[in-house]
Design a protein around this ligand. Structure first.
Ligand code: CAP
Ligand code: MG
Length: 426
């Protein structure tokens, strides 16, 4: 009989640790019983004793539940690193975030955080650019990177799309991105969109003297993603965007490898994440997903706005941003485990969704300046159009950095004044 619960167990630095929120079903005796079943099903066991599981295998590979917090329904399980193929995110998740979700003894289960041992961390490249690399590339050092998403999400043709990008760059934004569902459509072919948009990017860079960046969405089957990335690079692009959840972890690992010698920044959009991160009792946290993205090596990652249109509270977003942008994390026994990132570079967090220039003072106050702030409707929804919307965003950032209220600064900045008129709900 293998024992999967050992509250005396001291995890070794070679263990991968998973922290779960667990609600038991009527088929389960208690949290300890649930822990037993979770540890078993996520590693070497199954629903019944088996003669084929020798004492040696059990000794070598059995995980240990070493922490059970009945009050908060939280458990921690330590797994020997030998249970995992270090550089294989799919296999790691098939173990610690696989069958266990469907077990009848469990009513709900949420993978809160994963702590990776050095042997697993060192199997990954991590971000190629990281925060310093992006600052150097964009030459934007002491203010947030400002971007927009071309709207409507899809529907424009390649020329219309490129013109809107030009307006946004002319108005002062650094970055323009494709929306998460814009790839290559009947009415907007990827290649033509890229060439038309980068042509305008070059023109605006020379007229403004500022670096300007386009983040085309290469999301597609892996072989097509590689071809599209090559096309972007060949045409002078420096960013690609990938929908990290819908392309899948294995494709993400491969596209990161493929792009390593191509000097292109990877912007990670997280469309569909809320299917499994939103329910506070079931699924996997955005924190856990974000840490996987740092290992795989995304350079920028959407992590939430706190004050915009998408869910994601202040503590949660700040913890995620710290987890992806700081060198280490400390266990708080509730929401996060220890994590040393060794040589893995930090990810630049992105706040996007339901934001207008009026949100900028609070965004900078809560999330700071080492961020990307993106405004879709909050740029193209300006009454005087995209260029005015971009100017209003830039003016709002200048106001905050110079210590003015938006209202005072708007007295001499017409586009900001119009933005306040449009979106100030007071
Ligand atoms: C924002 C956006 C972003 C979401 C992503 C959209 O547009 O382009 O994809 O904000 O959300 O399609 O909604 P708006 P998150 O600025 O017009 O809202 O960053 O939370 O994943
Ligand atoms: Mg979008």
């Amino acid at each position: 009989m293998v024992d999967y619960v050992n509250l005396e167990y001291e995890p070794s630095k070679n263990d991968l640790i998973a922290m779960y929120y667990v609600e038991i079903s009527s088929e389960c005796k208690n949290l300890e019983h649930a822990s037993e079943e979770i540890a078993k099903e996520s590693s070497i066991g199954t629903w019944t004793e088996i003669a084929t599981l020798s004492a040696e295998i059990a000794e070598h590979l059995k995980p240990s539940t070493f922490y059970i917090n009945e009050e908060n329904n939280i458990i921690k399980i330590a797994y020997t690193k030998d249970l995992f193929e270090a550089n294989n995110i799919s296999q790691i998740l098939s173990a610690i975030a696989g069958n266990i979700y469907g077990m009848k003894v469990i009513k709900s289960l949420r993978l809160l955080d994963i702590s990776f041992p050095e042997d697993i961390v060192s199997a990954y490249r991590g971000p190629k650019f990281g925060i310093d690399g992006i600052k150097k590339l964009t030459n934007v050092m002491d203010r947030p990177l400002l971007g927009t998403i071309v709207k409507p999400k899809v529907g424009l043709n390649e020329i219309e799309h490129s013109k809107i990008c030009g307006e946004a760059w002319q108005g002062g934004l650094d970055i323009v991105k494709d929306d998460e569902n814009l790839t290559s459509m009947k009415f907007n072919k990827f290649e033509k969109r890229i060439t038309e948009t980068l042509k305008i990017r070059d023109k605006i860079e020379s007229t403004t003297g500022e670096r300007k960046f386009y983040m085309p969405n290469i999301t597609a089957p892996l072989n097509v993603m590689k071809k599209r990335a090559d096309f972007v690079v060949k045409n002078g692009g420096e960013y690609v965007m990938v929908d990290i959840v819908t392309v899948g972890y294995s494709a993400l690992q491969e596209i990161r490898e493929y792009l390593d010698d191509k000097n292109v920044v990877i912007h990670a959009h997280r469309a569909m994440h809320a299917a499994f991160t939103r329910d506070k009792k079931h699924g996997m946290t955005m924190l856990a997903l974000a840490k996987l993205m740092r290992l795989i090596g995304m350079d920028q990652l959407h992590t939430g706005t706190i004050i915009g249109k998408m869910e994601g509270g202040k503590q949660e977003v700040l913890e995620i941003n710290n987890a992806i942008s700081k060198p280490e994390m400390k266990d708080n026994n509730l929401t996060m485990l220890n994590q040393d990132w060794y040589n893995i570079k930090p990810i630049l967090p992105v706040a996007s969704g339901g934001l207008s220039p009026l949100h900028i003072p609070e965004l900078i106050k809560i999330l700071g300046k080492d961020m990307v702030y993106q405004f879709g409707g909050g740029c193209h929804g300006h009454p005087d159009g995209t260029k005015a919307g971009a100017k209003a965003i830039r003016q709002a950032v200048d106001a905050v950095l110079q210590g003015y209220s938006l209202y005072d600064y708007s007295k001499k900045n017409f586009e900001l004044a119009k933005a306040i008129e449009t979106w100030d709900k007071k």
